[in-house]
Design a protein. Sequence first.
Length: 438
Amino acid sequence: MPSIDPRQLDAQDPLKWTRDEFEIPLQSDSGGEGDGQVIYLCGNSLGLLPKRARTLLIEEIDVWSKRAVYGHFAHPHDRPWKDIDECVVPGLAKVVGAKESEIAHTSTLTSNIHSLFISFYRPTKTRWRIIIEKGAFPSDWIHEAVLSQEQIDNAVVAIEPREGEEVLRTEDILASIEKYGDEVAVVWLSGVQYYTGQFFDIPPICKKSHEIGAYFGLDLAHAIGNVPLSLHEWRVDFAAWCTYKYLNSGPGAVAGYYIKEGLDDGGRRLAGWWGQNRETRFLMSPTFDPIPGAAGYQHSNPPVLSSIPLIAHLDILERAGGMPALREKSERLTGYLWDLLKRSRFHRPRGEGVGFRILTPEDPKARGCQLSVMILPRGSRLMESVFEKMVKQGVVGDERRPDVIRLSPVPLYNRFADVQRAVEVLEGALQAVIDEQR
């Protein structure tokens, strides 16, 4: 184990104050058997509640109670409901590296992916293929519904890692794009792969996609608020995300998307009234006059109550120094976890015996804050027992059956001491499993 005291690292951390901005669950409320707060390493699934969000939500409930419909237009806290998206778009634009006119705060992740594909996937007899990574999150496979509408067979090209490897090599992605060339309509990848935690090298993949005449799009569910993004600079064509993971906006909260400035949909967009010119939206004109840019693709008004926690998160992020400051700490924090795991007596890089191996890339630039740990032997289903023992000891990660536990130290609310304790608990759980087998 590294000799450095994690408490010293925490004491020197310039972002140590941000932990106090969140409500940390208690072990007694989370299946644990101890006292005190849990070690929460599950931000990749659901982020924690910002304390200020509770205050803001109560304010909105009071506005609803006292002003009802007038809250849309006359809001005592200067957050009129009809403009709630305008309260978060500037902050979101900074997070994803885009112009404000290129993003919209609306709907859900899967619905937005549907909308993007319907708008920009325009197959022809000669260009119809969609390249995607094999094992993508199920929301990414919804384009099957689009394909069924288009009545196109064999359109999906699912690229996978080389035999014996867990993550995709950039060179192999580029080779697949080159191989199918003029047949490719869309290349669609995750920003961060949900299962392995791999952060794809987006710029060269986007560039290669454009060279062969295809659109390039991203599912940023596990990337937004986690890794640095520069969608406008990279010239990504379109992207979608959720906000309840690293943006801490609450379960099932409103999502968003990005559409590159000037991108032409060929008249295919699914128009909705919230995409109507803001000046004429409430005149109920029979003629659709879309807002220029991404906002013109909105269907309905975003839910106010699930937008409010996002306001609280974006405020914390701004005061913390934005994504550059977060990324700097994240690389140190996840790097510390990586070092502890690699030096563990249970680390089994060749997969032998009871223990674990790490699926996530070693290069800090090729990962976010998530490390995916495969419990060995593979297929033994020991993971569930290990995971349960960890929860009882107050460590909340994320299980992916049959063998993987995802551990995600989030820089805004996790400490170096949390990371050290989590590895100790993982080792204790594995030792307990071994003892039970004797």
